[in-house]
Design a protein around this ligand. Structure first.
Ligand code: UDP
Length: 453
């Protein structure tokens, strides 16, 4: 039967220009493209995606007026604020032109934007286009942020000691030191971020790169606060076919090196795209890995300011003893690495993508969070509360971050976790079907329903 009314076959994606945000957005684009949607990616000039890796997508660059690399996390809010301010006009012009060229009025685009790119919601709302939010972090972290105003009202924050190990009232396992933002002397930036993240404007749904089996209760709590559908369709990298959206060149030579290593023997070390440790800590890590006597694959990004080679930082004595046992790269094809049978552990900063990529492959983690949501993720990973299915396959091998000489002990747990892949995927498939339905058929109805509520 011919469907009446609105159909969204054209999607305009607006990613936030950081690796951990670009990846899930382009994965979502890949998934939806496979369902028959056409994909246009409207992106900032800063950290613009590798267009050649996605030949099926149309890319539209937005003039962002950014002239220098921000120092994240210090400049994060100011950076996001300029980005949102500067991209708004070019995005509106682009969409207006797109609508103008539309032959059939019932095929207007739907905008899917990263929650931090809120200018996209303002423009879609202005042009009366439907929009959907993509949240790239965990639902649990989001709920933690949303607790700040209550904690402030009840006098718990600012705490006397921001590194306090006291449990935060009402936040389950979290201690004050685990809160994602603990610059308590000035709460304004955190409250501004919360205001951005909790303003869904006229958007009609929120999509999460998460899984029901991991965050069911957080999702239920979140759903109580926002009446639009919340769809957790992760782990998206397992649903999307593998095409890299890396901003740095992936060094695939590490896969050949992994091919030569024993089953579950290698510890993979990577702190994602932004987090970094100082030279002293790097040296400690080097000796920890050395003393562990385990093979290791270590990602050390080049210094963004002076382009120094990663190994420049490492002690000469360590480099001399490195031999065949360690392999260092500037950037790895991480999903492929974690899926490799030689990898038995992941020493990670616990960014959300890294966390779900590791869980999806059943790779135990050693957690070294640096800032923000990484601290919340770490607690939920290391306190054994995130389970894959009915507590049958808990994550028992995770080590919290402690002195580096524990690396040796941690990597001796070499057994991979048995992940129930059916469980991981079935809820996501349902949510994905809802999203496709929402976009393809019922979207307009849903928008109307919401207005009526
Ligand atoms: N990543 C990668 N190669 C590397 C290190 C990281 O491809 O050498 C990818 C990783 O697979 C993940 C993303 O970069 O998808 C990092 O996102 P995450 O949320 O873990 O951390 P962030 O970089 O945002 O702190």
């Amino acid at each position: 039967m011919e469907k009446q009314g609105w159909r969204c076959r054209k999607l305009v994606l607006v990613p936030c220009p950081f690796q951990g945000h670009i990846n899930p957005m382009l994965q979502l684009g890949t998934i939806l493209h496979s369902k028959g949607f056409s994909i246009t990616v409207a992106h900032a000039q800063f950290n613009s995606p590798q267009t050649s890796n996605h030949p099926d997508f149309i890319f539209q660059s937005l003039a962002d007026g950014i002239s220098s690399k921000p120092d994240i996390p210090r400049d994060f809010l100011a950076f996001m604020s300029s980005l949102n301010l500067n991209c708004r006009a070019p995005f509106q012009e682009f969409l207006s032109q797109m609508i103008g060229k539309q032959e059939q009025q019932d095929e207007l685009p739907c905008i899917i934007y990263d929650a931090l790119m809120y200018f996209a919601e303002a423009v879609s709302s202005h042009l009366k286009l439907p929009s959907i939010i993509l949240q790239t972090g965990s639902v649990t972290t989001m709920l933690t942020y949303f607790a700040y105003p209550r904690l402030q009202e009840e006098g718990y924050i600012p705490p006397q000691d921001s590194n306090s190990t006291e449990l935060v009232p009402g936040l389950h396992l979290l201690r004050f030191k685990d809160l994602p933002s603990n610059t308590f002397d000035d709460l304004d930036p955190t409250l501004q971020l919360i205001a951005i993240l909790s303003n869904i404007g006229s958007s009609s749904a929120i999509v999460w790169n998460s899984m029901d089996c991991l965050e069911q209760s957080s999702l239920a709590q979140y759903q109580q606060q926002f009446r639009v559908p919340n769809l957790s369709i992760g782990p998206m990298h397992k649903i999307a076919s593998a095409s890299s959206s890396s901003l740095l060149e992936e060094d695939s030579s590490c896969i050949s090196w992994l091919n030569k290593q024993g089953h579950n023997s290698v510890i993979y070390v990577s702190f994602g795209s932004i987090a970094s440790v100082d030279a002293k800590e790097l040296t400690e890590m080097a000796w920890g890995l050395n003393n562990s006597k385990q093979p290791f694959l270590w990602v050390i990004r080049p210094d963004p300011d002076n382009g120094a080679e990663p190994t420049d930082w490492l002690p000469d004595e360590f480099k001399e003893t490195l031999g065949e046992r360690g392999y260092i790269v500037k950037w790895a094809p991480q999903q492929e690495v974690l899926a490799h049978t030689a990898v038995g552990g992941f020493w990670s900063h616990c960014g959300w993508n890294s966390t779900i990529e590791s869980i999806s492959e059943g790779v135990p983690m050693i957690c070294r969070p640096c800032f923000g949501d990484q601290k919340v993720n770490t607690i939920y990973i290391s306190q054994y509360t995130w389970s894959i299915g009915d507590m049958k396959h808990v994550l028992p091998l995770v080590e919290s971050f402690h002195p580096y000489d524990r690396v040796g002990r941690a990597v001796s747990h070499k057994e991979r976790l048995e992940v129930d892949r059916n469980l991981l995927n079935c809820a996501s498939k349902q949510a994905l079907t809802s999203l496709s339905t929402l976009l393809g058929e019922g979207f307009f109805l849903l928008t109307i329903l919401r207005v009526k509520l």
